[in-house]
Ligand binder design. Sequence first.
Ligand SMILES: *Cc1c(COP(=O)(O)O)cnc(C)c1O
Length: 434
Amino acid sequence: MNRKMKPESLMMSYGYKPELSEGAIKCPIFQTSTFVFKSAEEGKAFFEVAYGLREPHIGEELGLIYSRINNPDLEILENRLTLWDEAEACAVFESGMSAITTVLLEFLKPGDLILISGPLYGGSDHFIRKILPKFGIHVVAFKVGQSYDEIIQIVNETGMADQLAMVYIETPANPTNDLIDIEGSKNIARHFSTPEKEIYLAVDNTYMGPLWQHPLKHGADLVLYSATKYIGGHSDVIAGACLGSNELIKRVKGLRTFLGNMASPNTGWLLLRSLETLKARMDIQAFNANKVAEYLNHHPDVEKVYFLGNLTESNGEQYAIKQRQCLSNGGMISFDVKGGEHEAFVFLNALRLIKLAVSLGSTESLAEHPATMTHIDVDDNLKQQLSITEKMVRLSIGVENHEDIIEDIRQALEKVHKGKVHETEAMENGSAYN
Ligand SMILES: *Cc1c(COP(=O)(O)O)cnc(C)c1O
């Protein structure tokens, strides 16, 4: 068979040889800390390659040494993950944050400047703004909607443009679904690169998962995932991944070996299992999200819906970016309920099927209140600028039947509506609280 198979067809078998595991159809959990060498000579050869003391001979693979360096569950998982993004290499971690922080520590050094998009995931934002400066790393940020020229100017105005070492973005932005141009961001990195120093672009692609956006194809050098989200997809594991060229991932894995923040064999095994249904799950989630957004768009108690599917040509640049880099409308919807925090909380407390929890991308639908939960740390001015207000609710759409999800939203919005009618009546009777 010459035709190249799609990743979803390979998720059950790619990279695993049953004959090496007693014929087991599934890769077992290699719950082992260390591996026995056949001979001292073999051990020596494995170490030489692992520590980069010599290039591997043609066809020579990295031998199994110790589970902080490599483990079959991790290697097979990494190989399978490369298929979605068509990356050369992948490194998996025990959390999304460990993937992100390892990349930042590997590619930045004291005196460097990092350019970030805003808003970033709270954990990433905290690490970049509060922890990296302790190591002498400077930070400058741009916002959604700023043009190429404006961003170049922001960097120049720092007076440290020649120290720029990395551009780090997250798109779509959480929770508003605003888009950042990946290709445009790489062009900014190129603008400040010199023949001696290439400035890398890293993209946190968690929100779209490995199916709906492929940053490497648009110029990104590194793609990062919280594998806790779509990749894991069952709300039962914390993990992360980083993908890119062999050259860059070799550096990332090098630091990972010394930080010791690789994923465990058990995490690797859980993610291998999750990957088998990744496409099926995400297809249903995207289908459901379109249905839910359509319902919210026409609901009289909903003021505004933030969903990629709502972008039209009238949205100009945002629509153009979506057409270029997004393969789906995704599974994340935010909306403003008419009213404020009270109405948003009535809605959240009334949900029955949809669970009130942070995180995203899992089989079950989730709802949360960004202003007081995931984005509580964002300063008030910026929150207003980004439209992260008290009336906003964020939904992560799961794989349930779409009619049941919509019915749950309908009955919860009805409670909001009744509450408002009740309050108005009470006010007319002279007391707001009887
Ligand atoms: C959850 C998340 C992270 C952090 O991942 P963990 O697996 O929780 O460490 C990073 N970026 C984004 C966009 C996320 O949603």
